[in-house]
Design a protein around this ligand. Sequence first.
Ligand code: AMP
Length: 126
Amino acid sequence: MPIDPTQPYDDSNIFAKILREEIPSQKVYEDEWAYAFHDINPQASVHILVIPKGRYVSWDDFSEKASAEEIAGFVRAVGHVARDKGLVVRGYRAMANVGRNGGQEVPHLHVHIFGGQPLGPMIVGA
Ligand code: AMP
């Protein structure tokens, strides 16, 4: 079910539970600002999710309310993970779904990193 990105942050969401280590995840990277782990249902041979440690519902919420430090730390973490996984030379896709039209299902900002293969058109059917 798509989420409503205008709702307040809900601490019971699944990625909040991953950050609190209440449910397991396959960790890829962690620093002060971000946590990265393998997507449970990969859509490409590499499919990693990077989430901020702060309580942000979506890219919209984050881009409006996060501090400059949080934004820099998070964006650098996304770049670091892709670089560290050797995705840069062949290329990769970084994507954040927002709300209903974006198909966002978890109400904690996450950037998908897809790679390891040609990724095809940006929008299905395009
Ligand atoms: P989105 O549709 O952009 O909200 O993406 C949510 C993503 O979270 C999907 O790709 C799911 O496969 C992934 N996901 C959901 N639950 C988990 C989990 N427990 N561990 C890892 N990935 C998950």
